[in-house]
Design a protein around this ligand. Structure first.
Ligand code: NAD
Length: 470
């Protein structure tokens, strides 16, 4: 076995490893107590500190912090608390006739020592959300949040120190090198949220120890606007879903596919709604956050400039201010296919429009790309909705809305292949952090005993009958 004693986090890892059976054998009541302590820290003790930190990090409005960072984690906690007893009880399964004399059940046992690596865009939600599932499942956890939102990471470090002991949950702050060092350790499970590029690095590191992985990744999420759409209702969701968190949302509409007959109408309605939400001068709007840092600001500005060079039409916005990482809510049409905005995940407040004549074009285009994390359909015609659902693949879909699928904890959340492996939220998140252990108990000798060696013609005949009848 490899020796990791020179790893910077070896001691922390070993402390958690030594404690894993103790934590793994805690009762559902003890786990609920921990979840309640985390809930209290989020909604009471540290609520203001979280709001302030996120405002400092990228001017995130209080309402958005409340809704997308605190509320969603608190809801995840409440859901786990209500269901934990049943999730932890042995799940009886049926017994086939040939196994008469036995009974079987599934026991969800903790994976052990887990690593959670989170991104910067919803730092509290995407660090503590998976943590809720990990605690519910009875694991010990090391958390590594993103270096790009340092104020929020510092508050989260305080919360973790306050609520947990280090041999149970610990948070390590720092640059990418911290993740790289942690990834050398033989974790039992790694839950990663971030880009597909880094996801591949995580999976490769995990393969060294055959650590299981959950990869919550990203990519381009298409939004289809069919000509049967209720444009007024659609606009409320699309403009909100796109500019929430300044477009830095993994499931934000990345680009829209609008039927050519309603393109102008779409643009006018979009501009009117953006004006209503963020005013004529979005720079002064307290509802509009900022790009997280200079690196991402420069990347996004380069994509706008690239669009201009390609003679695309800036329908809305397009202006920016380097001093405050501000980019106006932007809508761009007439982009050539090779434009950066159509080639890479945008992850910022810019929305490209593509037009189409027949729905087949849209389906072919989407299927020629990686499977999206989310695919949105705005249409009133049922036949069209079903057609798109049947002919495409995606991690999730909203019909006549966007982003809301994330907040229903009865639904699994995650991608497929390039957009992710595994699912988060509710029972699906709990499952991700557990091993479904099969247990079969023998009570008395059953019919199978008749077929034990030595074999003969009679046993051959019984086997044939079993294949045919049971
Ligand atoms: P990222 O992949 O750059 O970084 C994510 C985390 O990985 C950070 O904590 C970072 O420190 C760490 N990291 C970065 N490079 C690393 C390396 N070489 N080795 C080890 N660790 C490394 O992603 P990001 O910029 O923080 O977030 C944006 C991406 O995340 C987008 O692609 C977005 O779609 C995706 N995302 C997905 C979800 C989801 O739930 N599916 C949610 C939010 C964001």
């Amino acid at each position: 076995m490899t020796n990791y004693s020179d790893n910077k986090y070896f001691e922390l890892f070993e402390t958690q490893k030594a404690n894993q059976y103790h934590i793994g054998n805690t009762t559902y009541k003890a786990r609920i107590k921990k979840l309640k302590a985390l809930k209290f820290a989020l909604e009471r003790t540290y609520k203001n500190a979280i709001e302030e930190a996120l405002y400092q990090d990228f001017k995130k409005p209080k309402v958005e912090t409340g809704l997308t960072e605190i509320y969603l984690v608190v809801k995840e906690i409440k859901y786990a608390i209500s269901n934990l007893r049943s999730w932890l009880s042995d799940q009886r399964v049926s017994t086939p006739l040939t196994l008469l004399g036995t009974s079987s059940y599934i026991r969800y046992e903790p994976k052990g020592v887990c690593l959670i690596i989170s991104p910067w865009n919803y730092p509290v939600n995407l660090t503590f959300g998976p943590l809720v599932s990990a605690i519910a499942a009875g694991n010990t956890v090391i958390l590594k949040p993103s270096e790009m939102t340092p104020n929020t990471s510092a508050v989260m470090a305080k919360i973790v120190k306050d609520v947990f002991s280090e041999n149970e949950v610990a948070l390590v702050e720092g640059e990418v090198e911290v993740s790289q060092e942690l990834l050398k350790l033989p974790f039992n499970h790694i839950f990663f949220t971030g880009s597909p590029t880094v996801g591949k690095i995580i999976m490769s590191a995990a393969s060294k120890h055959l650590s299981s992985v959950t990869l919550e990744l990203g990519g381009k999420s298409p939004t289809i606007i069919h000509e049967s759409v209720d444009l007024k209702a659609a606009m409320k969701n699309i403009v909100w879903g796109k500019y929430l968190n300044n477009g830095q949302t993994c499931i934000a509409p990345d680009y829209v596919f609008v039927h050519e007959s309603i393109k102008d109408e779409f643009i006018e309605a979009f501009k009117a709604k953006a004006l209503e939400y963020y005013s004529e001068d979005p720079k002064t709007s307290e509802s509009y956050s900022r790009v997280v840092n200079e690196k991402h600001f420069n990347r996004l500005v380069a994509s706008i400039e690239n669009a201009k060079e390609q003679k695309a039409t800036i329908e809305l916005g397009g202006d920016y201010d380097e001093a405050s990482n501000y980019i106006a809510p932007t809508l761009i049409s007439n982009l050539p296919e090779e434009a950066t905005l159509l080639a890479e995940e945008i992850f910022g407040p810019i929305l490209p429009i593509k037009t189409y004549k027949a729905i087949d074009e849209v389906i072919d285009y989407i299927n020629s790309k990686e499977k999206p994390l989310a695919l949105y359909i705005y249409a009133r015609r049922k036949r069209v909705i079903n057609r798109i659902l049947k002919s495409t693949r995606a991690g999730s879909t909203c019909i006549n809305s966007n982003a809301l699928q994330y907040s229903n904890h009865h639904l699994p959340f995650g991608g497929s292949n390039n957009s992710g492996i595994g699912k988060a939220h509710g029972f699906f998140g709990f499952q991700e952090f557990t091993n479904a252990r099969s247990v079969l108990k023998r009570h008395f000798p059953g019919p199978l005993y008749l077929l034990f060696p030595p074999y003969n013609r009679f046993k051959e005949k019984i086997t044939k009958a079993a294949i045919k009848w049971f």
